[in-house]
Design a protein around this ligand. Structure first.
Ligand SMILES: [Zn+2]
Ligand SMILES: [Zn+2]
Length: 146
């Protein structure tokens, strides 16, 4: 997946600097997690070598770039900074449950929303895009009623 990502960046003529490489690796290593820019920056600073001195603005710009080419997905949050995750060069295959109380993000796979997409298509003639779907509610730890 990482090799394919570098290939995609090369195709788009985007330079793979050591910083960008390190940032993409962090995101890749934390697949399935949903990180804030600050988390990524902290992990980068904890690393070795020159990339540990990368500034927050550089991290921000690199993530924006990855997002634009579709390697990274941004999960917008209502009351906190957006979260980011590596999705790679392929279409995303999962959706998100977002807790309104504690901000916990859980993933659900495509198969769970397949029937939902088909029913919408049938009832409304509306094709749901490949973009991840967000479902807001309360997680099992918060257990509050909406
Ligand atoms: Zn996710
Ligand atoms: Zn919760």
């Amino acid at each position: 997946m990482l090799e394919e990502s570098y290939k995609l960046l090369k195709e788009r003529e985007i330079r793979i600097t050591p910083q960008r490489k390190a940032i993409l690796e962090i995101l890749y290593d934390h697949r399935g997690e949903h990180l804030e820019i600050e988390d990524i920056h902290r992990m980068l600073s904890a690393g070795r070598g020159d990339t540990s001195r990368t500034g927050l603005a550089t991290v921000y710009r690199a993530i924006e770039l990855f997002q634009r080419v579709g390697l990274v997905y941004r999960l917008p949050m209502d009351n906190s900074p957006g979260r980011y995750e590596f999705i790679g060069p392929r279409a995303p295959d999962h959706h998100h449950l977002i807790c309104l109380e504690c901000g916990r993000v859980e993933e659900i796979d495509d198969r769970l929303v397949d029937g939902f997409k088909k029913r919408i298509m049938k009832a409304k003639g509306f094709t749901v895009s490949e973009r991840p779907i967000k479902v807001y509610g309360y997680c099992r730890y918060c257990k509050k009623r909406p």
